[in-house]
Design a protein around this ligand. Structure first.
Ligand SMILES: *[C@@H]1O[C@H](CO)[C@@H](O)[C@H](O)[C@H]1NC(C)=O
Ligand SMILES: *[C@@H]1O[C@H](CO)[C@@H](O)[C@H](O)[C@H]1NC(C)=O
Ligand SMILES: *[C@@H]1O[C@H](CO)[C@@H](O)[C@H](O)[C@H]1NC(C)=O
Length: 237
């Protein structure tokens, strides 16, 4: 029985095996000394589960992913959620005959291109970069117009929770906050990756107090509706 993956679009293929007793998983690429398959995005991984010797012809084998049965439709699409997953092959009716391997998919931070962002003056600016990668990035930096963002001058704050790096400023001003921002993540094995944000500030629009205005309209509408309804009732009588 075989599990095959192409990382990102993991394709899962199944071949049924016939005999039993213990089971062995053969993998391409081979597992390391810890039982882990090291691979990368876009590479194909195949897992073949074979019974060791044995008899009992139509014995079924079963694949589990993190302890849950994998439904072996011909083409199972699985994403990066398989990263770190442990695949176990076992005999369907003998839980003691098992073998397991773990997948470790390496991938670069998914940062590229540029995005246009427009913010109204005096409102809040928030930009974020997805920095999730395997191995984790070693550092993230933000620049504005090509030089490191001056956190103090612009009243910026930067946070990083390991998945996302966020830069924000509470009240933006054209002279301090407009320009081209860039986040750059350094990966220990994939080098640096970055994404740009072209931020333009728009003039502050006059804010009419909208809620009281809408509330007023609603009152007028229902008053008219009631008037019409009561007149209608009188006409019908
Ligand atoms: C289940 O598998 C184990 C390990 O291969 C084997 O020792 C045992 O005899 C099997 N049990 C049955 C009921 O087939
Ligand atoms: C998984 O791969 C990453 C990146 O190549 C490596 O740093 C990490 O040690 C590996 N983890 C295991 C458990 O093999
Ligand atoms: C960044 O460069 C743009 C275009 O040259 C300029 O309009 C803007 O004021 C600069 N931003 C800052 C914060 O210096």
């Amino acid at each position: 029985m075989e599990l095959m993956f192409r990382a990102l679009l993991f394709h899962l293929l199944l071949y049924c095996a016939t005999q039993t007793s213990g089971v062995t998983i053969q993998t391409v690429p081979a597992v390391d000394s810890e039982g882990v398959i090291q691979t990368e995005l876009e590479k194909t991984v195949s897992l073949v589960c074979q019974p060791d010797g044995g008899h009992e012809a139509d014995e079924e084998l079963q694949w589990l992913r993190n302890g849950f049965a994998v439904s072996l439709t011909e083409e199972n699409k699985m994403g990066l959620s398989n990263n770190g997953a442990t695949f176990t092959c076992r005999r369907r009716n003998n839980a003691t005959a098992t073998a397991s391997v773990t997948l470790n998919v390496s991938y670069r931070p998914q940062l590229s291109g540029s995005e246009e962002v427009s913010v109204e003056e005096e409102s809040m600016l928030v930009l974020w970069c997805d920095i999730w990668a395997n191995p984790p990035v070693s550092s993230v930096s933000w620049s504005l117009n090509g030089s490191a963002v001056d956190l103090l001058a612009g009243g910026f704050s930067v946070t990083n929770d390991g998945f996302t790096s966020t830069i924000s400023a509470d009240r933006v001003e054209k002279s301090l906050h407009e320009g081209t921002y860039q986040c750059t993540a350094e990966s220990p094995i994939y080098g640096s990756h970055s994404k740009k944000f072209i931020v333009t500030l728009t003039d502050k629009t006059l804010t009419i107090p909208l809620m009281p205005f809408i509330a007023g309209l609603v009152v007028v509408f229902f008053t008219v509706l009631l008037a019409v309804a009561s007149r209608w009732n009188r006409i019908r009588k």
